[in-house]
Design a protein around this ligand. Structure first.
Ligand SMILES: [Ca+2]
Length: 182
C-alpha cells in the first residue's frame, strides 16, 4: 500500500468512526431536550400589593394537567387574573396562569414580577377579572416603576384584555406587569 493510499484509508476509517458516533450523539441530545422540556402549565397565586409595591407570591405549581396544578397551587378560591403566553397567540401552546387571592382588579390592581424562565420570554397574554388595563415593564424599578414600558387597554363590556401578541417592542422583554381596572 502506497503512503498516499494508507493516508486515504486512515482518513476513510476516521470518517466512518465519526459517522458511527454521530447518530448516538444525536439521540442523546434529543432525549436531553425532552427531559428538559418545560411543563405545559404553571399556576402562580399572587396577593394584594401594598401601594406601589409588587404583589406577594403566595404559591406556585407546574405540571402537565391544569386542574391538578391549580389544586396544588391552592388556586381554587381565587380569581384568574392573567394567562401568559410563551409564544405569540399561544402557538405552540405553553402558558402560565396567574391567580389573585384578593378578588377582581380595582384601580390599584396587582403588580406582578415575572420570575424565572418567564422573564423576558412572554410574547402574549390575556387579562381577566376586570383587569382591562395592563402595563408591561422591562427592567422595572420597584421604587418608581420606571423603564421601558407599554400599556394595553380594552374598554369593551368583557372588562378583559386579549393581547395574543404584545408587539415587537415588548416581545420577550417583559419583566413585570401592572394590571388594574381602568
Ligand atoms: Ca416568547
Amino acid at each position: 500500500m502506497s503512503f498516499r493510499r494508507r493516508v486515504l484509508t486512515a482518513m476513510a476509517a476516521a470518517l466512518l468512526a465519526l459517522a458511527g458516533l454521530a447518530p448516538a450523539q444525536a439521540v442523546a441530545s434529543a432525549s436531553e431536550a425532552a427531559s428538559a422540556q418545560a411543563p405545559s402549565y404553571c399556576v402562580i397565586v399572587v396577593g394584594k400589593a401594598p401601594p406601589g409595591e409588587p404583589s406577594p407570591i403566595r404559591s406556585r405549581a407546574c405540571g402537565n394537567d391544569y386542574a391538578t396544578v391549580q389544586r396544588q397551587a391552592g388556586a381554587q378560591q381565587t380569581v384568574l387574573l392573567m394567562e401568559w403566553f410563551w409564544n405569540a397567540n399561544n402557538q405552540p401552546p405553553l402558558l402560565t396562569r396567574i391567580h389573585g387571592d384578593y378578588g377582581d382588579c380595582d384601580s390599584a390592581g396587582y403588580r406582578i414580577i415575572v420570575k424565572d424562565d418567564w422573564a423576558n420570554n412572554i410574547s402574549g397574554f390575556n387579562a381577566e377579572s376586570h383587569c382591562n388595563v395592563v402595563t408591561g415593564f422591562n427592567w422595572p424599578s420597584t421604587v418608581d416603576w420606571s423603564g421601558d414600558e407599554q400599556t394595553w387597554a380594552n374598554y369593551s363590556v368583557c372588562a378583559c384584555l386579549s393581547q395574543g401578541w404584545v408587539g415587537s417592542f415588548m416581545n420577550d422583554r417583559i419583566e413585570a406587569f401592572w394590571i388594574r381596572r381602568g
